[in-house]
Design a protein. Structure first.
Length: 175
């Protein structure tokens, strides 16, 4: 086997990305503290052709040196919007026909492998901060809560890792 060269990967330009049909997914970040995590989420959103990233509360916004370090330019390709309160983003998304899904450990949560996204549905996937997760108020506004199964001694994934896992699973069903 031979590793492919970057020139062989068929990557889109920023202009081509912006003009491409996106996955019906918007990533909502509920008060994410780490600039590096925000950048990583942008990069993952680009990889899975998400419509946008919504940045809420204390979540840092581009342009910022620490975000750019991990985003590697994805803040230029992926659309984003800032909201002072996550509840404002959720209200806007609900009004636009998005199904709101918080990624959290909660009573009645559906395990990720047991949720099958529908290709025709638009989804807003809410990821919470590194300490407290998705706020209870946002969980209350959600249509569903999905939990990522975990089998070790820890009870949470890094926010950027969680985003990658969930976007991968959703993209398998809706692309």
């Amino acid at each position: 086997m031979r590793k492919l060269l970057n020139s062989e990967l068929g990557r889109k330009s920023i202009g081509q990305f912006r003009e491409s049909v996106k996955s019906p997914l918007i990533v909502v970040l509920d008060n994410i503290r780490s600039h590096s995590n925000v950048g990583s989420v942008f990069r993952t959103a680009d990889a899975f052709m998400a419509e946008a990233v919504y940045l809420c509360g204390i979540t840092a916004v581009p342009p910022h040196r620490e975000i750019q370090k991990t985003a590697l330019g994805a803040t230029e390709s992926v659309s984003w919007k800032y909201f002072t309160h996550t509840s404002e983003a959720i209200s806007e998304l609900k009004a636009s026909g998005y199904l709101i899904i918080s990624i959290e450990q909660a009573e009645g949560a559906i395990m990720l492998g047991n949720f099958t996204p529908e290709a025709e549905q638009k989804y807003a996937l809410v990821f919470g901060n590194e300490v407290n997760g998705v706020s209870q108020g946002v969980v209350d506004m959600s249509d569903h809560v999905i939990e990522i199964p975990q089998f070790g001694t820890k009870h949470s994934f890094n926010i950027a890792v969680s985003t990658g896992i969930v976007l991968w699973e959703f993209s398998r069903h809706i692309k």
